[in-house]
Design a protein around this ligand. Structure first.
Ligand SMILES: Cc1cc2nc3c(=O)[nH]c(=O)nc-3n(C[C@H](O)[C@H](O)[C@H](O)COP(=O)(O)OP(=O)(O)OC[C@H]3O[C@@H](n4cnc5c(N)ncnc54)[C@H](O)[C@@H]3O)c2cc1C
Ligand code: SF4
Length: 545
């Protein structure tokens, strides 16, 4: 083990932000130490999709691979919003109370962070979604524009091996995707036909899943279980892409099971180092010349609060944006074999621009095929959510409908509002005595309008695609359930209203950088965030001092 002084930079967290920073810094011949609270996962041993019990759990978490958070009381739901309540054919309403219920901040603590469980949709932001303040008077403008970020998007796509379509739509490209798009599965073919009847364009999605062998990784086998961890390593999670390449240089050391408890301030507006504790309970102070904090949009503000550092603007923890999501699922007349295939292999971008919905609704949305992400791909899920009852009639119905589920998933813009923020829980602490992050979430009028549009359009597309009976609907009104979180240390030019600059550098602390989803000034209209985090990190590592 090298001593801490031998490293040029210490990175806290090894997810989309931290793992990519490690790649960018080691490429500059810098020696990097990553402190990762979670464990390493071995795709060939830990993701047990070939075992009979494959469906019993989601992502196969290990001890310490999930952090704890608490929730402040969520908002009441009036009866006028009944149409947006979540339900399924077996359980009925999934939240029978009169308030939104806190389901989960979905994440993974481990080498590769939350990308270990991600689906692998690989999106660039719509260029107009980066100027929400100037164009629409909401959120904040990005201090970097699409043109500046474009070469870094292309580079991230090359490192990952993104498979995508030829037509770039609103997101112009300087080069084609490194790999051809995946052929659409049966569910996507049905949705395309249905959407086109309605006048919508339904395209192949850009995916961090290999359509051909690439950089020593095999192509996808269409097992439909990206969210349970990819056992083949073709999914472009950060552990098998950016981090694998970083470690191969010999310049990147990853310490797992090491939690950073506090950042210590030094002289001259510089941070001195971090206080950590490892799995054995051993405490240590690690000094550093350069500190990169990449703990994700919930844990990064927690660490800054716990350290009393970085909140000169008062913006840390504010502007929290979550996943505004809706999925409608129904039974198709034909057996589509929808338990297999690449999740999210097709998408509709028609309503993704910030002004595309119309009727004064600001912020876009997208629609995509959703069976895999809804985890409606195994018999247990069918029995719990689609086909009720017991005995012979249950078995008969299961045989009739298994493989028939077709889903449209939708994600929409989440705009900052004063009711959505992260602070420290005044009572609950973790085992190390550090207060837990507390999530405050409020859906504003715009979010409710977008959800309404998402639900109505999803149902309309399903119907046009041959679905005769809805069996489940799940959305953000009934439950806080976020896989994409953003905005709690936003970047900007003005130190009075932002935490970091365009390279993630703290406006005050000269050797402190923040690089993860917390720096987003706005969320985009349903684009998945990892590729943008990675492009920002490549740029920050290349040019950010
Ligand atoms: C089920 C699921 C599906 C998703 N699907 C997609 C998708 O299709 N496409 C997409 O682009 N995105 C998707 N996402 C979102 C994507 O994974 C995240 O947006 C992205 O990983 C966020 O990157 P990050 O660097 O901000 O944080 P993370 O990737 O969460 O990494 C943070 C890391 O910091 C570590 N850490 C936290 N606190 C400490 C501490 N105090 N000390 C040491 N280490 C610490 C954590 O252990 C973790 O490894 C999905 C996420 C989930 C959960
Ligand atoms: S569908 Fe493809 S990318 Fe997803 S887990 Fe299976 S093999 Fe991996």
């Amino acid at each position: 083990m090298k001593s801490a002084e031998e490293f040029d930079a210490v990175i806290v967290g090894s997810g989309a932000g931290g793992g990519t920073m490690a790649f960018g810094l080691t490429r500059k011949k810098m020696r990097v130490l990553i402190l990762e609270a979670g464990p390493r996962f071995n795709p060939f041993e830990d993701y047990k999709l070939a075992e009979e019990t494959w469906e019993q759990q989601g992502f196969p978490h290990k001890p310490e691979s999930e952090g704890r958070q608490t929730f402040a009381e969520l908002q009441e739901i009036g009866p006028e919003l009944d149409d947006l309540q979540s339900w399924n054919a077996v359980a009925g309403r999934t939240n029978p109370t009169k308030r939104r219920s806190p389901h989960k901040y979905h994440h993974v603590r481990g080498v590769g962070g939350s990308t270990l469980a991600f689906t692998g949709e690989s999106h660039r932001l719509h260029p107009d979604a980066m100027q929400m303040k100037t164009r629409f008077g909401v959120a904040a403008d990005w201090p970097v524009d699409y043109k500046t970020l474009e070469p870094f998007y292309s580079e991230a796509e090359r490192i990952i091996g993104v498979a995508g379509p030829e037509n770039p739509g609103a997101r112009w490209r300087s080069e084609p995707y490194p790999l051809p798009a995946h052929a659409p599965g049966f569910p996507s073919q049905k949705l395309k036909a249905g959407a086109e009847q309605l006048g919508y364009q339904w395209d192949q999605n850009s995916r961090a899943a290999l359509s051909k062998p690439y950089h020593g990784r095999p192509n996808c086998n269409y097992c439909a279980n990206c969210n349970r961890g990819c056992p083949r390593t073709d999914k472009g999670s950060v552990d098998v892409t950016f981090l694998r390449k970083s470690e191969a240089t010999g310049l990147c050391t990853i310490r797992t099971g090491v939690t950073v408890l506090r950042i210590e301030a030094g002289e001259d507006d510089r941070v001195k180092g971090v206080h950590v504790i490892d799995e054995e309970g051993t405490s240590e102070f690690i000094p550093t010349r350069r500190l990169v904090v990449s703990c994700g949009a919930v844990e990064t503000p927690r660490l800054l609060f716990a350290s009393g550092i970085g909140n000169e603007s008062g913006q840390v923890g504010k502007n929290f944006m979550e996943t505004i999501a809706w999925t409608s699922s129904g039974l198709h007349t034909e057996n589509l074999g929808s338990y297999r295939g690449l999740p999210g292999d097709s998408i509709c971008w028609d309503f993704n621009a910030p002004d595309a919905i119309g009727d004064g609704v600001v912020g876009g949305v997208r629609f995509s095929t959703g069976v895999g992400e809804a985890a409606l791909n195994g018999p247990t899920a069918y029995a719990r959510r689609v086909v009720g009852g017991w005995g012979e009639s249950h078995k008969k119905r299961m045989r009739e409908v298994f493989g028939h589920v077709l889903s449209v998933g939708s994600i929409g813009e989440s705009l900052p509002n004063p009711g959505s923020f992260i602070d420290l829980d005044p009572e609950q602490k973790d085992a190390n005595g550090i207060p837990l992050a507390r999530i405050h979430s409020h859906l504003g009028e715009g979010e409710l309008k977008r959800l309404d549009f998402m639900a109505k359009t999803a149902r309309e597309i399903l119907k046009a695609s041959g679905v005769t009976e809805l069996v489940e609907e799940y959305g953000s009104l009934s439950h806080f359930s976020a896989t994409h979180v953003f905005g709690t240390c936003r970047m900007g030019e003005n130190p009075d209203d932002s935490v970091v600059d365009e390279f993630g550098r703290s406006h005050r602390w000269k050797n402190l950088q923040i690089m993860d989803a917390s720096v987003f000034p706005s969320s985009g209209g349903g684009e998945s965030p990892s590729l943008t985090i990675e492009a920002l990190a490549l740029r920050a590592a290349a040019g950010g001092g």
